[in-house]
Design a protein around this ligand. Structure first.
Ligand code: CA
Ligand code: CA
Length: 188
C-alpha cells in the first residue's frame, strides 16, 4: 500500500470515527399524561415530546459539537376505559412537514379500564415530521379521533442519535493521524 493511500485511509477512518458515533436506538424523550387525557371525536389532545435536554446533555462534553438524529420512532400508550369503537388520528409536526397516521381498524384501542396498549406495536417512524424534531429537539404531537373516544397514557421517542464534532475538531484529529503516519514512516 502506498504512503498516500495509507494516509488517506487513516484520515477517512478518523473522520468516520468522530462523526458516526453511536447510532443505536435509545429513548430520548418521554411524557406521561397527568390531566385531561381523554381524546374524543373532534377534540384533540396536544402535547410536546421534548428531547432537547437529552440532546444538550449528549454533546455537553464536546465543545463546538452538535447532535444529529438519523432515525426516530414514536410509541404511544393508549387506553379505552369507556370501551366502544374508535377511529384514531395522530398528527406529528405541523405545517408542510405534518405527518398523519390514521387507524385502519374499527376498534383501534382495545376496550377496558386497565388496558394499556402501545399503538402500533412497532411504533410510528418519523418521516416528514422529523423536521419538527430536529429543529429544536421537540416534536409536537396531536391525538384525535374521527370516531369514538380513547385516553392518552404516555408516549416516548426511540431514536438513533449521533454527536457531530465541530469541523475544526475533525481537521485536528485528521492532522494528528497524519502526523502519526508521517512519524511511523520516518521510523519505518
Ligand atoms: Ca375501543
Ligand atoms: Ca420542533
Amino acid at each position: 500500500m502506498s504512503y498516500k493511500t495509507t494516509t488517506a485511509k487513516l484520515i477517512a477512518t478518523a473522520v468516520l470515527a468522530c462523526s458516526s458515533m453511536a447510532a443505536q436506538a435509545t429513548t430520548i424523550a418521554t411524557t406521561t399524561c397527568v390531566s385531561e387525557c381523554g381524546v374524543v371525536a373532534n377534540a384533540s389532545k396536544n402535547f410536546v415530546l421534548d428531547a432537547s435536554a437529552y440532546l444538550a446533555n449528549l454533546i455537553a462534553g464536546f465543545p463546538g459539537a452538535s447532535w444529529a438524529i438519523d432515525t426516530a420512532t414514536v410509541f404511544l400508550k393508549l387506553t379505552d376505559p369507556n370501551g366502544g369503537q374508535e377511529t384514531v388520528k395522530y398528527t406529528f409536526g405541523f405545517g408542510d412537514n405534518k405527518q398523519i397516521y390514521t387507524g385502519s381498524n374499527s376498534n383501534d384501542v382495545p376496550n377496558g379500564n386497565n388496558s394499556t396498549y402501545i399503538v402500533p406495536d412497532i411504533g410510528i417512524a418519523l418521516t416528514t415530521s422529523m423536521v419538527d424534531l430536529v429543529d429544536d429537539g421537540k416534536l409536537h404531537v396531536s391525538l384525535s379521533a374521527t370516531e369514538g373516544s380513547y385516553s392518552f397514557v404516555s408516549a416516548y421517542i426511540d431514536a438513533g442519535v449521533r454527536v457531530v464534532p465541530e469541523p475544526g475538531t475533525v481537521a485536528l484529529v485528521g492532522l494528528g493521524m497524519l502526523g502519526l503516519a508521517l512519524r511511523r514512516r520516518k521510523i519505518g
